[in-house]
Design a binder for this molecule. Structure first.
Ligand code: PLP
Length: 398
């Protein structure tokens, strides 16, 4: 049995059709898309075709798509770009405590420059209250930034409701849709967003490519300065092969999205039901139903998340830790903390994220291997032994 990859929220395998499209461009279409002669125009045509695909999927105009180097750059451009362009109007930003660091850290950097940032709380399931967004608006607010779906727990936010509030108060509204673009319906008018970030490598495209949707009329300035590419909002020769690959990935996923969403939801639910049945002392983090189709974030009491990852790796199963912000930072996740989960409760948390290459047999394999891996780790845990002793003394079951 080969490797089972269950970390699709971190990144996804590039699908063969996408690799083929990228190779085609690398080998046969090297022109600079800003040049006038034919090989430049070939590259330009390929670039504009990718732009049309993206515009079609999100219901935008083609010149509202600004290609970038990925989710991080799109988020930075949205936050810094609006802050710069609208400084005269005010110096207040509203965001949430559970955003990706690609939004949180630009906000923190702006605070050092005198900006005020409201980091809204979330409830125990990771949901932002739209009324709290409305309540936080002041005359100085120039930007509201709320992610559409959380990368760690998968909770999906009420973006359309927040969009209505932002529109009625005439405030620019950005949503980081890196985890939901391609996986959920993403129509900018229905969501009411002015800015929307995406990334190719979350949808079976290459790393280092993304786009920021910028609604016409949005007051935003560039972060980089250079040539006139991407309406001067993102200067620099475009990564044409990467963008073409992104376009191919997006159009393929869009054509199969509904079926894939249903398939992943049913696999996800079967996996959680199976884990609950086979492993005692587990807890699901995030909203039970308003969650990304493929995402589960589960706490396994009396187990270290990192040990569990390594234990599963021995069976060639790749999952992520749900408690650390990133795999090399062992601080508790800011998302779980914001949801009110104490560090000890977040400790043995795994994030399992399914993708299009996963099948029912992957779920079966995990359900076979996970209970014995958890049991084995718990057998070394003094806390677990203590717990069992106490249970016994109290005359309880397991
Ligand atoms: N925003 C969210 C919600 C993400 O999950 C990620 C990546 O994990 C990013 C932004 C950053 O995207 P990229 O890796 O393309 O820079």
């Amino acid at each position: 049995m080969g490797r089972i990859y269950l970390d699709n929220n971190a990144t996804t395998p590039v699908r063969p059709e996408v690799a083929e499209a990228i190779m085609g461009m690398l080998k046969g279409c090297y022109g600079n898309p800003s040049t006038l002669y034919c090989i430049g125009q070939e590259a330009h045509t390929a670039l504009e075709r990718a732009r049309d695909i993206m515009a079609g999927i999100i219901g935008a105009d083609r010149d509202e798509i600004i290609f970038t180097s990925g989710g991080t750059e799109s988020d930075n451009l949205a936050v810094f770009g609006v802050a710069r362009a609208q400084r005269k109007k005010g110096n207040h930003i509203i965001t949430t405590k559970i955003e990706h660091h690609a939004v949180l850290n630009p906000c923190k950097a702006l605070e050092k420059e005198g900006w005020e940032v409201t980091y809204l709380p979330v409830d125990g399931q990771g949901l932002v209250d739209p009324d709290a967004v409305g309540g936080a608006i002041t005359e100085k607010t120039v930007l509201i930034s709320v992610m559409s779906a959380n990368n760690e727990v998968g909770t999906i936010q009420p973006i359309a409701e927040i969009g209505k509030i932002a529109k009625s108060r005439k405030i620019t509204f950005h949503s980081d849709a890196v985890q939901s673009f391609g996986k959920m319906p993403t129509r900018v008018d229905e969501l009411g967003v002015d800015l929307l970030s995406t990334s190719a490598h979350k949808i079976y495209g290459p790393k280092g490519v993304g786009f920021l949707y910028v609604r016409k009329g949005t007051k935003i300035m560039p972060v980089l300065y250079g040539g006139h590419q991407e309406r001067s909002l993102r200067p620099g020769t475009e990564n044409v092969p990467g963008i073409v690959g992104f376009g191919r990935a997006a159009e393929l996923l869009d054509s199969e999205r509904e079926g894939e969403e249903a398939r992943l939801t049913s696999m996800r639910d079967r996996l959680w039901a199976g884990i609950k049945e086979r492993v005692p002392h587990v807890r699901l983090h995030g909203h039970p139903t308003k969650r990304l189709a493929g995402t589960l974030n589960i706490a396994f009491e009396f187990v270290e998340g990192e040990s569990l990852i390594l234990g599963l790796d021995e069976y060639e199963i790749c999952v992520a830790s749900g408690s650390a912000c990133t795999s090399d930072v062992l601080e508790p996740s800011h998302v779980l903390s914001a949801m009110g989960i104490p560090p000890e409760g977040a400790h043995g948390t795994l994030r399992i994220s399914l993708g299009r290459e996963n099948t029912d047999s992957d779920v079966d394999k995990l359900l076979e291997v996970l209970p014995k891996t958890v049991e084995n780790l718990r057998s070394f845990s003094p806390l677990y032994k203590d717990f069992l002793r106490q249970q016994k003394a109290a005359g309880g079951g397991r």
